[in-house]
Design a protein around this ligand. Structure first.
Ligand code: GLN
Length: 279
């Protein structure tokens, strides 16, 4: 237990590493990184110490830092996060990167399936070089609430609307056929029973966003199989997948009529996103 302490002694005594300790210190004191350094002899209020102790306990029990502070940075944007949504991952920035760097002559329409916190759709809306209209779906009304909140916060100064629709993959998209230039998704792709589901942050994340309760490919297959009905001619599908699934995803894309199929590596050198074009 931390008692009457200065910022400096908290940093010394905290059972967490300095990186996590500083995140919690900033959250509790509302100081910035620089202020934390400049004011490190400042005594914390009793109330601040009490809150900090509670947060440290939660972290010790394994709760992800992003859920404790309710925030996570993705593609340079600080997003609101709760345990209703997956914590945006650095490797998913690849998916955004691949899309924002493409140039199209005309305004494009993009569909993001399973948006969670809205991270992918919002980052694309802000950073795409193109005029863009976005529809983002999720099966969870709780996730959509977070996504809408993030969109409102981040997009008010841009004139790019994202329309959010509650839908189990394509189920509620009957009115959107042959419409999209791009479909993008980071679906649940961890196989049922995979050991990672019982480790680290994943234990606290919405299980439906992580696993398809099957071989890891069933949601991907569902998306790939029906994508051609919703894409325009030459429309693209980009999908994030597991570290060992690229070959199988390429095969699925081929099976369901895609061409120009290629996979892209994330920053760890793992093939993480596969794309195909529908003719
Ligand atoms: N990339 C996540 C992980 O491996 C899984 C997210 C997902 O299934 N889309 O932890």
């Amino acid at each position: 237990m931390l008692k009457k302490n200065t910022i400096f002694t908290v940093q010394k005594k905290s059972p967490l590493n300095i990186f996590e300790t500083n995140i919690l210190l900033k959250y509790v004191t509302r100081l910035s990184d620089v202020e934390l350094i400049i004011n490190n002899e400042k005594k914390l209020h009793k109330q601040e110490i009490n809150i900090l102790n509670k947060l440290i306990q939660r972290r010790i029990l394994g709760e992800p830092i992003a859920y404790i502070i309710g925030k996570k940075e993705f593609y340079g944007l600080v997003l609101n996060i709760t345990s209703d949504v997956l914590i945006p991952r650095p490797e998913t920035e690849l998916l955004v990167d691949l899309i924002v760097k493409k140039t199209f002559e005309k305004k494009i329409k993009l569909l993001e399936m399973g948006t969670g916190s809205g991270a992918i759709a919002i980052a694309i809306a802000i950073y795409s070089k193109n005029k863009i209209e976005i529809i983002a779906t999720d099966i969870s009304k709780f996730a959509l609430k977070i996504a809408k909140k993030n969109a409102k916060k981040k997009l008010t100064k841009y004139n790019i609307p994202i329309k959010f629709i509650k839908s189990n993959w394509y189920n509620n998209l009957q009115n959107y056929k042959k419409l999209f230039n791009i479909i993008v998704a980071n679906p649940p792709y961890i196989p049922k029973g995979d050991i990672h589901l019982n480790k680290g942050d994943l234990r606290f994340e919405p299980i439906n966003a992580l696993t398809d309760y099957s071989n890891g490919l069933s949601s991907i297959k569902e998306i790939v199989k029906n994508a051609s009905k919703y894409l325009v001619k030459n429309g693209l599908l980009l999908i994030e997948h597991g570290y060992n699934q690229s070959n199988l995803v390429r095969k699925l894309l081929f099976k369901y009529g895609f061409s120009d199929i290629k996979s892209w590596r994330d920053l760890s050198g793992i093939e993480r996103v596969t794309q195909g074009k529908i003719s």
